[in-house]
Structures are given as structure tokens and as C-alpha cells.
Ligand binder design. Structure first.
Ligand code: FES
Ligand code: FES
Length: 162
């Protein structure tokens, strides 16, 4: 079955069974390897991408469900040479240890900052909750999201900074 989807602003026609996980199509057909396979069960967030601006677990999203919709992956935020703001912030805070969760973390954080320019500490924590980091770098990830919010022009209330 040929399915057409738009990824990072580019239209693609992929030939895949309709129940193929979006994650597999991104990685195996489109060579977009930022999103990672962690649990494959919608429980860790390593595979997080955006569909029409909302964060989804691409490991449990059938590709047929995103036909004609806008998919955004971490590759759409920036490049190695010109990293996006969240990518810059994660680098500045050295938020990665092994790095496996980071693509998903950045995409979940981007969804927050797309809608809330001045997130509180509680909002950031609640929003990031579905994404897990086995290395335990959550504190640095939180700082990176705060930093990105500052860089984007939002000012995180002083009371929630540390
Ligand atoms: S790999 Fe998709 S939620 Fe874990
Ligand atoms: S940095 Fe290793 S899982 Fe998060």
C-alpha cells in the first residue's frame, strides 16, 4: 500500500503495510534515525515525534494514521552545523549521558514550547513526564528546557529556577 505523508515539510510516498509503525517508516524508509526504538510499547518516549504539532509515540502509531498529516522529527529542528534552540540548550546543559532518550525529550519539549513560552517548573515536569531517561539526567533536561525557553524569549519565573 502506498501512503503519502509529509515529514519536516517534505512529501513522501512510502510503500508499507498500513499497520507499520511510523517509527519504522521514519528510520527504515526515510533514513531519519533521530527517533529511537526503546520499548516499542508506548511507555518510554524514545520514539517521540510530532503529528500535526502534537507529540506522539511513533512506535505505536500506524503509518496509515498519519497519511496526509504533518510529521515533524528532531531532524526538522536543526542540523549538526545549525542546531535549533532546544538542541543548543541541551548541548549547553550537557543534558545527555548515553543520549538515547534525547531526541524524544527534545521533541516533547518542543511541543511544550510551541504552545507555552513561559512554562513554569511544574508545567515542564508535568509535560515531560511521559518520557523516561534511564541514565537519570532529568535535572539537566529540565535545565535545558528552561534555558531554551529563555533563549526563545520567554522568561521562566524566578521562583522556579535553581
Ligand atoms: S519506543 Fe516508543 S514509547 Fe518506547
Ligand atoms: S541520556 Fe541515557 S537514557 Fe537518557
Amino acid at each position: 500500500m502506498t501512503i503519502t505523508l509529509t515529514v519536516n515539510g517534505v512529501d513522501h510516498a512510502v510503500d508499507a503495510p498500513p499497520d507499520t509503525p511510523l517509527l519504522y517508516v521514519l528510520r527504515d524508509d526515510l533514513a531519519l534515525n533521530g527517533a529511537k526504538y526503546g520499548c516499542g510499547l508506548g511507555q518510554c518516549g524514545a520514539c517521540t515525534v510530532h503529528v500535526d504539532g502534537k507529540p506522539v509515540f511513533s512506535c505505536v502509531t500506524p503509518v496509515a494514521a498519519v497519511a496526509g498529516r504533518r510529521v515533524r522529527t528532531v531532524e526538522g529542528l536543526g542540523t549538526v552545523d545549525t542546531p535549533g534552540i532546544l538542541q543548543q540548550a541541551f548541548i549547553a546543559e550537557q543534558a545527555a549521558q548515553c543520549g538515547y532518550c534525547i531526541s524524544g525529550m527534545i521533541m516533547r519539549a518542543q511541543a511544550l514550547l510551541d504552545g507555552v513560552r513561559r512554562p513554569t517548573d511544574a508545567q515542564i515536569r508535568a509535560h515531560m513526564q511521559p518520557n523516561l531517561c534511564r541514565c537519570g539526567t532529568h535535572g539537566r533536561i529540565l535545565k535545558a528546557v528552561r534555558r531554551a525557553a529563555d533563549m526563545m524569549g520567554g522568561t521562566v519565573p524566578q521562583a522556579v529556577r535553581s
